[in-house]
Design a protein around this ligand. Structure first.
Ligand code: MN
Length: 744
């Protein structure tokens, strides 16, 4: 059979499923009319044009809209692209259908000079149309969704343009109308064209872990379902990985890797009535550990777009946090289809309580506000309302400045001009002086006080500023104005970081090493690197991590060997037989404040991976991050699973262990001299083991005159313990001296 006719019949089945007494003749006539009107026209894909209106009608039917909307969707491009007129359509299908088609056409026709203007106006038209007949918008969004789904056939220019518009106008409107499902798809499709690399990265990373994800999702889902069955609660449990754009935005705004994103997973428990929602919540909190401050009751307080659900984030045995959304089936419909669910209930279900006009309070308010404000003001207030992650403030002249949410007077000043920021000496909000770190709110009037004699931005501003624009401009200033100072600050930061990593400046500046180091950090000279650290172009942590990698590669850091030795001695207290002379690596193992020992590394920064939150006693492994320090995972954390480790990062996985016993311990080094003999080192190791002290390094050297010198680093609680150890060592046969050698 003709695939197009087949597509039509599927549509007819879909519509009749929710439309009692469907006039199939009228629907079919709309299809044949559109088909003949578009006859000979082709989509960019080369297919006959009619597949587009059919697909749009299908989306409209998915939303459960009435038959007039479905017919209007079939005809939506007729006025624009064919000879058909409003009268033709009105004659055949009635005035309401013709009005809907014309409404969609008007939105399609909007053309403007500048992008900004176009978007503003587009938005305004949308909202006007929405207020007039919301179905126009729903058809238009469906139209856009299908166009986005088939965007691959368009030119790259067009792809970008349409994606941007979709991201900035259609997705927020879908959100505002509560149509989550459409919104997600629109966002993901747009992101695919707006940042293909970022999109692909996430998709690939997710795909690489899909089996782990699926396993986790299935396991939790089964557990929840089982508990609900036990409790006698009728429900359906769904689990999913969050959609790509929401992950992307979290990674981007919070500057996190996929591993660090707090809640990648979301589960939904759908039940029959509201009391059960709260029962389910109780069970979930009983089964898993709730994360404080993450519970939200959108049933008691629905979102403006009518969304209702209970939200909570919990952590299971796996140490992986996930979100659980609990809602009734009715709430679920509203969450998925938003305003469109209105029709679904009006048409299909007997229950008339839902979908009353009161649910669309905000549409009504919109209409009202439209009457007493001019169009621009109207759009401005709406934009404020719709784009929650932005803040709109005013200059004293009334110009609107658009900043990211949480922006401060510093962001404001730099968004006006870099000179304004660089000369700022104070800021006023609504006429009152404020601190620079005061977050700005919608509608505030912000005034920047400048002075010719201003000293310029301070480095703290980099931490306060929220917008990339401001931060970049501040960095530029430091780069240009303060080279000497940058070098000094940068150098100090770098040296301190280097010390933390257990490396010495002399070691890396050695003639034969320095060129490799500079190449690795990609700077021409050390001063350039210092300057860059100073103005914030890079960080000392980043540089030191790279340098450490390079030193390891060059074999200049015997960390591995030392770690090995330390491990052998401290764990089994058996010293390897005739040990080759080996220097003690100073500071090879140190306590860090975190209670974690990173083998082979200095007292580096340690953070606990959020994915698995290890606690003392757990088997743990460490990962040297690119940013800062070592991230500690539980050994059984999926993110640390050996099969998931990338080969090129093999050397960044390091052994870590918990500091044992009661803290604090103090590090001390001893040098023991003795007459060399077989079994000497074994005796020493045994004595240390008997004294129960932690040995972090041990090295023996045979001297030419038949003596041996043994250096060791120990950790002791106090001097009494140290003296006991020294006594024990002194009692070993052949030992003639035990000295403390701190600082050597
Ligand atoms: Mn279209």
């Amino acid at each position: 059979m003709d695939p197009i006719l087949e597509q039509y019949q599927a549509l007819e089945r879909k519509v009749s499923a929710y439309t009692p007494n469907l006039d199939t003749k009228r629907l079919f006539e709309a299809f044949t009319y559109a088909d003949s009107e578009h006859h000979g026209q082709l989509r960019k894909s080369g297919e006959p044009y009619i597949i587009h209106p059919l697909a749009v009608a299908d989306i409209v039917a998915d939303l459960g809209l009435d038959v007039d909307s479905v017919i209007a969707a079939l005809l939506h491009d007729c006025i624009e692209d064919t000879d058909a007129t409003h009268q033709d359509i009105a004659k055949r299908f009635g005035e309401p259908v013709a009005d809907l088609v014309e409404g969609v056409t008007k939105l399609t026709r909007v053309q403007y000079v500048t992008k900004e203007e176009e978007q503003m106006e587009n938005l305004r038209k949308m909202l006007m149309a929405m207020a007039h007949d919301i179905r126009v918008i729903l058809i238009k969004i469906s139209d856009r969704l299908h166009n986005m789904r088939t965007m691959e056939y368009q030119s790259p220019m067009k792809q970008r343009e349409k994606s941007l518009e979709t991201m900035e106008i259609y997705a927020p409107i879908a959100h505002r109308l509560g149509m989550q499902k459409l919104k997600w798809e629109l966002e993901d499709l747009s992101l695919h064209y707006l940042d293909p690399v970022g999109y692909k990265e996430i998709e690939e990373e997710l795909a690489a872990r899909s089996s782990t994800h699926e396993e986790f999702l299935a396991a939790i889902q089964t557990r929840i379902q089982k508990r609900m069955d036990d409790e006698g609660i009728r429900c359906k449990v769904y689990g999913r990985v969050k959609h790509t754009y929401s992950i992307y935005r979290k990674m981007y705004t919070q500057n996190k890797t996929l591993d660090e994103i707090f809640d990648l997973y979301a589960f939904r428990v759908i039940v029959d009535d509201i009391p059960e929602c709260y029962n389910v919540l109780g069970c979930i909190h009983d089964m898993f550990k709730p994360v404080l401050g993450r519970f939200k009751d959108y049933i008691g307080t629905p979102k403006p777009n009518m969304y209702q659900s209970l939200h909570t984030t919990v952590i299971g045995r796996e140490g992986i946090p996930f979100e659980v959304q609990i809602r009734t089936w009715q709430m679920h419909q509203t969450a998925e289809y938003g305003v469109a669910a209105h029709w679904k209930y009006k048409q299909g279900m007997a229950n008339k309580e839902l979908g009353t006009e009161a649910d669309f309070e905000w549409v009504r308010k919109l209409l009202e506000s439209q009457q007493d404000t001019d169009a621009e003001e109207f759009v401005r207030t709406l934009k404020v309302d719709m784009f929650a992650d932005e803040v709109f403030v005013f200059t004293p002249n009334g110009d609107v400045i658009n900043l990211p949410a949480g922006a401060t007077p510093i962001d404001f000043a730099y968004s006006i001009h870099s000179a304004v920021g660089n000369h700022m000496v104070g800021a006023k909000v609504n006429g009152r002086m404020v601190q620079y770190d005061t977050p700005l709110h919608n509608g505030q009037i912000v005034e920047v006080i400048t002075s010719k004699n201003a000293k310029g931005p301070s480095r703290d501003w980099l931490k306060i500023a929220k917008s990339n624009e401001a931060r970049n401009k501040i960095r530029q200033w430091f780069k240009k104005e303060k080279r000497e100072e940058n070098i000094a600050t940068g150098r100090a930061q770098f040296e301190s970081e280097l010390r933390h990593a257990g490396m010495k400046l002399e070691a890396i500046t050695a003639e034969e090493v320095l060129p490799h180091i500079l190449h690795k950090v990609r700077f021409g000279t050390l001063d350039e690197m210092y300057a860059s650290i100073g103005y914030g172009g890079t960080t000392s942590a980043k540089c030191v991590t790279r340098i450490r990698d390079e030193m390891l590669r060059l074999g200049r850091l015997q960390a591995e060997k030392a770690a090995q030795a330390a491990k052998t001695t401290s764990e089994s207290t058996i010293f390897p037989g005739n040990a080759a002379p080996q220097p003690i690596l100073k500071g090879s193992n140190k306590h860090s404040d975190s209670g974690i020992i990173v083998e082979g590394l200095g007292n580096c920064a340690v953070k606990f991976a959020k994915c698995c939150s290890p606690v003392p006693g757990d088997a743990v492994v460490g990962f040297i991050t690119r940013g800062y320090g070592v991230s500690v995972h539980r050994a059984d954390c999926p993110n640390a699973a050996p099969e998931r480790r990338k080969p090129e990062e093999a050397d960044r996985w390091v052994k870590v262990s918990w500091v044992e016993g009661s803290l604090p311990c103090y590090k001390t080094s001893l040098e023991l001299s003795a007459k060399d003999r077989d079994g000497l080192t074994l005796d020493i190791a045994t004595a240390l083991s008997a004294a129960k002290v932690k040995v972090t390094a041990l090295a023996a050297r045979s001297m030419p005159d038949g003596y041996a010198v043994i250096n060791m680093v120990l950790e002791v609680k106090d001097k009494t313990e140290l003296n006991t150890v020294i006594n024990k060592l002194n009692n070993i046969q052949g030992v003639y001296q035990v000295l403390r050698t701190n600082g050597k």
